[in-house]
Each structure stands twice: as structure tokens, then as C-alpha cells.
Design a protein around this ligand. Structure first.
Ligand code: GTP
Ligand code: MG
Length: 199
């Protein structure tokens, strides 16, 4: 059984936030803090350690008190570049990835991914919402690092084309579809604000 202390969570906040007009999504005010802070407090009790992957405003992210890692590939090459940066800094056996723009994180996200990975004896477990793969919610064994480096060097940028290069398994989260709602646009952001204030 994979234990929480063997898992490091990597909160992906390294994107360009184009649909949000470039405003760094992780740093959007949310509740009493920031959107990234919401994700951080939900994942902290589930894992042994946490890192934040950011390519802008690293000093602001560092104020949350956890290591901040930047992509080692230049120019925003997508979430796989974030995975690479996380795996390169990883001090534990497993890396759990999740995005900074999904404020709902179920209390057993890590446990369920770990169970799926363990039962299948796979190296990668990826969440599935019942309709589609949710590729940035994944648990990876550290041994996938060399192949990820090679895939990126070979021009691969698509996560769901990279997974099948490994023993991988999907984990069903169709009972909690809200887990995957994420804030991409100013309209999404306004809608959660309305929800939070009950208006
Ligand atoms: N490290 C890293 N993460 C990325 C990159 N691009 C996207 N991501 C992350 O992947 C996750 C899903 O991406 P999106 O929701 O599309 O976020 P985004 O790319 O910032 O936003 P758009 O530009 O509007 O698509 C988010 O957690 C992003 O932070 C990148 O170039 N590098
Ligand atoms: Mg998103």
C-alpha cells in the first residue's frame, strides 16, 4: 500500500492563464486567501510534502511556505513541462499532480489514485470523471522521469499521448464530478464568487 508520506503533491500553476486575460490564476483572491491556497489546504492533509510549479510571480507563491519549482523548459510548453520540473525535484517515490485552478479537491483524491495505482501495479494513475480523462489529476512513480525527459526532447507535448508509453491505469471519479470543475475564464471566476457569497 502506498502511504501518504511517499507522495509529494505538485500544484500546477505554471500556465499562461490566457482565458483569464493573463491574470495568474493561482493568485486570484478566493475565500479568505488565494485560489492556490484553497488547493494547497485541501491536498496538504493527504500527502507527505507539497511543491508549487509556477513560471511567474514565484515570490508570491513562495510566501505560502512551500518549495516553488519553475519549468526547466522555456516558454510555457504545457503541463508536461510542469511534470518534468516536479519529477526533477522529487524527494519521494510518487508525484501527485493537480491544477491550481480547481478549488474542489475531494478528501480522498490521493488515496483513491494510490489505491488504483497499487492495485494495477502501474506507474501512472490518472483520474477519469466518467465522461473523459482528467489528465492533470495524476499519480506518477518517479521512475517515469527519464522517459518523460526523452518524450519532451522528442517534441511530445500532449499528456494523453505520453501516458500510454507507460503501464497506466485510469481511476473512476464519476461519483464526484465537481472535483474537476476549474476556473478558466472571468465568467467561471465570477460564478464561484456568486456561489461562495450565496447570491
Ligand atoms: N508548468 C506548466 N504548467 C502549465 C502550462 N500550461 C498549462 N499549465 C497548467 O496546466 C493546468 C491546466 O491548464 P489550463 O487550465 O488550460 O491553464 P492555462 O494554460 O494557464 O490557461 P489558458 O492559457 O487559459 O489555457 C493548469 O494547472 C496550468 O497551470 C505550462 O506551460 N507549464
Ligand atoms: Mg484549467
Amino acid at each position: 500500500m502506498i502511504e501518504p508520506r511517499q507522495i509529494t503533491a505538485l500544484i500546477l500553476a505554471g500556465g499562461k492563464s490566457r482565458r483569464m486575460g493573463g491574470r495568474d490564476k493561482g493568485l486570484l483572491p478566493f475565500g479568505d486567501g488565494l485560489l492556490v491556497g484553497q488547493v494547497l489546504s485541501a491536498i496538504l492533509p493527504q500527502v507527505g510534502s507539497v511543491m508549487i510549479n509556477a513560471n511567474r510571480h514565484q515570490a508570491e507563491y513562495a510566501q505560502l511556505g512551500y518549495p516553488v519549482v519553475a519549468d526547466t523548459l522555456a516558454d510555457f510548453q504545457g503541463p508536461l513541462a510542469g511534470f518534468l520540473a516536479g519529477l526533477e525535484q522529487l524527494q519521494t517515490e510518487y508525484l501527485l499532480t493537480l491544477p491550481c485552478d480547481g478549488p474542489v479537491v475531494v478528501a480522498d483524491l490521493a488515496l483513491r489514485l494510490a489505491k488504483g495505482l497499487g492495485e494495477a501495479g502501474a506507474d501512472i494513475a490518472v483520474a477519469h470523471d466518467g465522461k473523459r480523462l482528467q489528465p492533470v489529476y495524476a499519480l506518477l512513480h518517479r521512475r517515469v522521469l527519464p522517459d518523460l525527459r526523452a518524450a519532451l526532447a522528442g517534441g511530445e507535448r500532449k499528456i494523453d499521448r505520453w501516458y500510454p508509453r507507460h503501464e497506466w491505469v485510469t481511476v473512476d471519479f464519476s461519483d464526484v464530478p465537481e472535483q474537476f470543475s476549474n476556473i478558466n475564464t472571468p465568467e467561471d471566476y465570477a460564478a464561484v464568487g456568486r456561489e461562495a457569497s450565496g447570491k
